[in-house]
Design a binder for this molecule. Structure first.
Ligand code: ADP
Length: 259
């Protein structure tokens, strides 16, 4: 407050929303949505007013992960009311279209859909809006990073070289448009056998930390490859809220307190 705003925040903010955090990944399937939903619910668990926007228009997975099957309504015929899950306000294109329907939109339509989900949704007063970006570093992501007043971006990657190559592209994309990188999360970082406790590094380990060091950004968290994380996400009750005392949930809450 009272400080001059950094240039990337000169764009008008979504009214009432103090901070917008994008969760990004260089490619799909690395756990970006899982991280977004657990981060959002982790922030709510530490007392923040939180929104979660599913900007992954082509593959919206947040309706399933948040356990919401209803459709949002409008009270005034102008703005949509977000849905709610575990105290987090949620909006996703997946609420508005049939789950099996393919999204055949071109880039500009995707862009305007994301803009509308920001400006035409009654988000109210929020401390943080977590935005689950589409995977990759294409046009839609770049325009989004330029047009939406992002406070910062969290990059999710698995530890493998190939995924990290894409994560580096994401870092460079945000740097190009002056969006601060809040840090990197290594997802599927290791696996502990639930029967014998043996630890296996299925997708290698530590690559994201090394990448963070190389690029001079923070390393935020190591999240294990874990059956409970997958099952709770698929079941619409993310681990942060369904098993808050588990070490996995603690890792997400720690992440929430770091960003
Ligand atoms: P993305 O958003 O990057 O495409 P998702 O978050 O949808 O990836 O995750 C892809 C799949 O991997 C989902 O089925 C999800 O439940 C699973 N998954 C993600 N993170 C983990 C994890 N740490 N442990 C186990 N399964 C995970």
């Amino acid at each position: 407050l009272g400080q001059p705003r950094p240039p990337h925040l000169e764009k008008p903010l979504v009214p009432g929303v103090r901070s917008i955090i994008a969760v990004a990944s260089g490619k799909g399937g690395v756990g970006k949505s899982t991280t977004s939903v657990n981060l959002a619910m982790g922030l709510a668990a530490v007392g923040q007013r939180v929104g979660l926007l599913d900007a992954d228009i082509y593959g919206p997975s947040l309706p399933r992960m948040t356990g919401i099957a209803r459709r949002p309504q409008s009270r005034d015929g102008k703005k949509l009311e977000p849905m709610e899950s575990y105290g987090v306000k949620v909006m996703s294109m997946g609420f508005l279209v049939d789950e099996d329907a393919p999204m055949i939109w071109r880039g500009p339509m995707v862009q305007s859909a994301i803009q509308q989900m920001l400006s035409d949704v009654e988000w109210g007063e929020l401390d943080t809006l977590v935005v689950d970006l589409p995977p990759g570093t294409g046009d839609a992501q770049l325009t989004m990073a330029q047009r939406v007043p992002l406070t910062g971006a969290v990059i999710v990657s698995t530890p493998q070289d190939i995924a990290l190559l894409d994560a580096r592209k994401a870092i460079n994309m945000f740097r190009k448009v002056d969006v601060p990188i809040l840090g990197i999360v290594e997802n599927m970082s290791y696996f502990c056998c639930p029967s014998c406790g043996h630890r296996a590094e299925i997708f290698a380990h530590g690559g994201a930390r090394a990448c963070a060091e190389k690029y001079g950004v923070d390393f935020l968290a190591e999240i294990p490859l874990d059956i409970a994380i997958r099952e709770t996400s698929d079941g619409g009750r993310p681990i942060v809220v369904s098993d808050p005392d588990s070490p996995q949930a603690q890792a997400y809450r720690q992440l929430a307190m770091t960003v």
